[in-house]
Design a protein around this ligand. Structure first.
Ligand code: HEM
Length: 537
């Protein structure tokens, strides 16, 4: 650390002035006017009052007054870093995405890890899902893979997201921060949403208390499409595999770490990168076609389901390295505006109703948070490839087109007329065929809420299963409304009887509830009896 040894001058009131001179630059106002005295406001007489004409004072206070922007409505607490992605092999046969065309290609990246429920000042080791948001600055635009460290999600339809988040965050009357304690609202919502049972098992597992951000897996969660130059589509699930492997702390350690160092995770990532111990993750893809998708006993559009690696192995296609900390947290980590809608030619959405809703939500929320439709002009959000369009003006515009033409089609030549659309190079949505009447429905193929929860629980070692049981006991013991505890145990009976009994015993439930109704048809049932139609929800 270099500490400047400036000549110190003491003013009339004893305040210290550090005077510019030698190599030290002169302080200025925002307007560039050199500042003579930054310790004293302009006064009428030595004892005031302060004069309104003191532009320097007014500007300094005005700017300070407006420093805060709204924190993210979810994932408010996060930590970002720069890095790059290296493509291992050409995937031209599967996708036209430029980033996957050439082995050895390096693409700049920005990544932000986050917790979901806590506010900006909450502790790092809260039991929570971790956001795993990755931006690839590709030659054909920004591709944002805005994922989590858990491969499934709580809900199947984005219309339920505001309720999920309201229930998970502080209750409006008391505003207790959501950190270490469960609360009735959250478990009330979960117990009334059987679709969240699979995720409930994952969040009670050690995955939600990672040892550090460097030891986490990442998942794109949804099924996406890859589309090659010939227009052939392949479904894909994205995975990030940490080079250091997967590690968690135990709950006891998490509690102590939160007390001793609430910034534990961010400090760990910062230190590792600053020391040159760059964290790495390999990118994996599970690839399958429509016919294969039909063979699963669940719907690949349902974000509460994962595709077991035994059924579709993960193909490793490249590596991400984080090698640079941000220069300024606010400019980069706080202002980065990830959007699931940021995709590039060769990558496309699926019809997953959660993903479809997210595509609306992120664009919308960034305007509220960053205050201007020109948030793409902020350097961390600006693509590293040429940007040419006729969108103009608005608050804080920095990139409106030069010249006369600000519309198209126009009759001007290339020099004045500006860019034109390109049917060959431009993004085209995969022309999937859709049919059916308009209705507020949930597909019957989304109906099995317990099988994968059971599969996940049974795949855990005894120690891990024990941690899940203990986490349920701890969390539900904080729920004051006994009916909610019972309702959760009723769901657990459909997952694993042993687990349900252990939780019920430790919670000292008076009566063992009946298993929650699970009379919803699985995809297999529907195949066996196509007429079976049960109203869901
Ligand atoms: C923020 C992931 C579902 C709305 C985020 C962030 C991540 C993420 C990683 C933090 C981005 C950052 O670091 O800046 C996910 C995943 C989901 C999911 C993996 C499900 C698979 C949803 C849904 C909605 C939603 C269903 C709404 C319909 C938001 C909003 C933000 C956010 C509004 C704040 C964005 C900002 O202010 O920058 N999400 N999310 N998310 N998410 Fe989600």
């Amino acid at each position: 650390v270099q500490v400047d040894d400036l000549a110190l001058n003491t003013g009339q009131g004893g305040e210290v002035h550090q005077i510019a001179g030698g190599d030290v630059e002169t302080l200025t106002t925002q307007g560039g006017t050199p500042v003579s005295d930054d310790q004293n406001s302009l006064k009428a007489g030595s004892r005031g009052p302060t004069l309104l004409e003191d532009q320097h004072f007014r500007e300094k206070i005005f700017h300070f007054d407006h420093e805060r922007i709204p924190e993210r409505v979810v994932h408010a607490r996060g930590f970002g870093a720069h890095g790059f992605f290296e493509t291992y092999e050409s995937l031209a046969d599967i996708t036209a995405a430029d980033i996957f065309q050439r082995a050895g290609e390096k693409t700049e990246m920005f990544v932000r890890f986050s917790t979901v429920a806590g506010n900006k000042g909450s502790p790092d080791l809260a039991r929570d899902v971790r956001g795993f948001a990755c931006r690839f600055y590709t030659k054909e635009g920004n591709w944002d893979l805005v994922g989590n460290n858990i491969p499934v999600f709580f809900i199947q339809d984005a219309i339920k997201f505001p309720d999920l988040i309201h229930a998970a965050k502080a209750a409006p009357d008391r505003d207790f921060p959501q950190a270490q304690t469960a609360h009735d609202n959250f478990w009330d919502f979960i117990s009334l949403s059987p679709e969240s049972m699979h995720m409930a098992l994952w969040i009670m597992s050690d995955r939600t208390i990672p040892r550090s951000l460097r030891f986490m897996e990442g998942f794109g969660v949804h099924t996406f499409r890859l589309v090659n130059a010939a227009g052939k589509s392949t479904f894909v699930k994205f995975h990030w595999k940490p080079a250091l492997g997967l590690q968690s702390v135990v709950w006891n350690e998490a509690l102590k770490l939160n007390g001793a160092d609430p910034d534990f995770h961010r400090r760990d990532l910062w230190d590792a990168i600053q020391m040159g111990d760059f964290p790495e993750w390999e990118l994996g893809m599970q690839l399958f076609d429509d016919a294969f998708a039909e063979r699963f006993d669940f719907d690949i559009l349902d974000a509460t389901k994962f595709i077991p690696e035994e059924e579709v192995p993960i193909r490793i296609v490249g590596k991400m390295t984080l090698d640079r900390c941000v220069d300024n947290f606010f400019l980069e980590t706080e202002q980065v505006a990830f959007q699931t809608g940021n995709i590039v030619p060769g990558i496309d959405f699926s019809n997953d109703p959660l993903l479809q809703g997210r595509n609306f939500s992120y664009l919308d929320t960034q305007l509220k948070r960053l205050g201007s439709p020109n948030f793409t002009h902020i350097p961390v959000n600006a693509p590293r490839c040429p940007v040419r369009h006729f969108q103009q003006d608005g608050h804080m515009a920095m990139q409106s087109r030069k010249g006369r033409a600000n519309y198209e089609p126009n009759s001007w030549g290339a020099d004045i007329g500006g860019p034109r659309e390109s049917p060959e190079r431009g993004f085209r949505s995969f022309p999937a065929e859709e049919s059916g009447g308009k209705a507020r429905v949930r597909s019957e193929t989304f109906a099995d809420h317990y099988s994968q929860a059971r599969q996940f629980y049974l795949s855990q070692t005894e120690v891990e299963q024990n941690h899940i049981a203990k986490a349920f006991i701890f969390e539900l013991s904080k729920v004051e409304t006994l009916a909610i505890r019972s309702r959760m145990v009723a769901h657990l009976l459909n997952v694993d009887e042993g687990l349900a009994k252990k939780v019920a015993t430790e919670l000292r439930l008076k009566d063992m509830p009946k298993p929650a109704s699970a009379k919803r048809p699985t995809k297999m049932d529907l195949k066996a009896s196509p007429k079976l139609s049960i109203l869901l929800n």
